[in-house]
Design a protein around this ligand. Sequence first.
Ligand code: MEZ
Length: 531
Amino acid sequence: MYTNEMLESMKKVEAARSANAVLEPRRMTAEEKETLLATYHPDYKQGEFAVLQIGANKGEKVPTELAELLQANSRINPAEIDLSKVDYDVDVLIIGGGGAGASAAIEADNNGAKAMIVTKLRIGDANTMMAEGGIQAADKENDSPAIHYLDAFGGGHFAAKPELLYKLVTEAPEAIQWLNNLGVEFDKDENGVMITTHGGGTSRKRMHAAKDYSGAEIMRTLRDEVLNRQIPVVDFTAAIELILDENGKAAGAVLMNMETHEILIARAKTVIIATGGAGRLHYQGFPTSNHYGATADGLVLGYRAGAKLLYADTLQYHPTGAAYPEQIFGALVTEKVRSLGAKLINVNGEAFMHPLETRDVSAASIIRECSDRGNGVHTPDGIGVWLDTPMIELKNGEGTIEKRIPAMMRMFGKYGIDIRKEPILVYPTLHYQNGGLDITADGMTNIENLYVAGEAVGGIHGRNRLMGNSLLDIIVFGRNAGKNASSKSKDVTLGALTLEHVNKFAKEQAEAGIKTDVVSPKLLPNYARRK
Ligand code: MEZ
């Protein structure tokens, strides 16, 4: 299966490893990082971005693929929608069935509100489920939320909204306890103390994990809690347009059954967008680690209704997507593999970077190694660098891989690759949307009664996110949105429902001379072969 070039290179990796000749490269200086990012990181490729011509962020650049969807046609003709026929009437409508949506629903339910989740797939079909390596919280003696803040603020290029990041780090320890009490099986030592590791850019070991199934374990627990409480979940039903009331406040959504295309109306006193990320838009042709439904729907719904975006021009390319074999191209190889001691090695068997630089720097460094430096390993379908997994057991002892990263062992094992004995090939994969809808610390957008939580939010992490701060933000900001939206719903008296904002947006589109056949939200990727 391996080509001769791959086998030759693998021998060099093994030789350097057994001779203990793999040097640990120093961390890059700030100036080196800046130059590296500007030259190799996909966010800096100006030709891949378009300037928005309409909407709340008119004049700002976003990825071309996103601009197309943000400025596309609605899936509905408002004149054909009967808003007097209400199918669901709730206090809090939650759009999205991932970790943020489920956390919001639980807290809204705790607050006595009538909450409902609507999701275009099933509850748990979400990026939460795909997260592997862990969730950060500064809850050890040598750590503090202040140190967590500094790590994340620096890692995000000092661009995070301070009040959002403050909330994230100060509420992190309690979020872990909340999950633990709900039943998440975190890894613990023989004394019952949670085991924590480093991630890229962390100055303390604060990554809590459930092996390398952390997101799946968290999602399993949250889903059970939602279902046990009998919170209504309307699945295979997409929100395709927000509904406002006559005073311009969020008041529900137009829903579409994904199978029958039947249109349904949900009226709500408050609405929470928790629709997740955008990996399935495959920005710049990158593969993705995201789940099948990650198509930026929430950004489109919010934008068409007048909500503002923040940092929608910044994406996260996880440094280690699987580059080989083809069947798992782009799948996540958790950062925990590097936390446990595996190094990134080029075609010549040399460690070319410190393994725990922040993600944007690591991804750019791998791209440089595989492009201008000519040090990538060619596979039958692409290129990558080695992640030397056998180092993990040399460093931590036999059995570590099976115990700490069994999902990785199984994923590669299916294709005959034993990661305890052979290194694996990796290349950056589209992983996370750093930007999204702009919120205040209470979770609300510039549209009254419209809240956002999870990956659809922009500004929590700035222009780059550290590992494990996303599982954390879906919990902290999911719960926050659920609490605040449910409290707010108690004081809301809805005015007449309207879709006038959809007409207004279409008018803006026409006035700007935008002619397009594209309809949005996209809902599902289109992988059909074209003739
Ligand atoms: O936060 C993440 O994106 C994460 C935990 C990913 C990983 O490498 O496991």
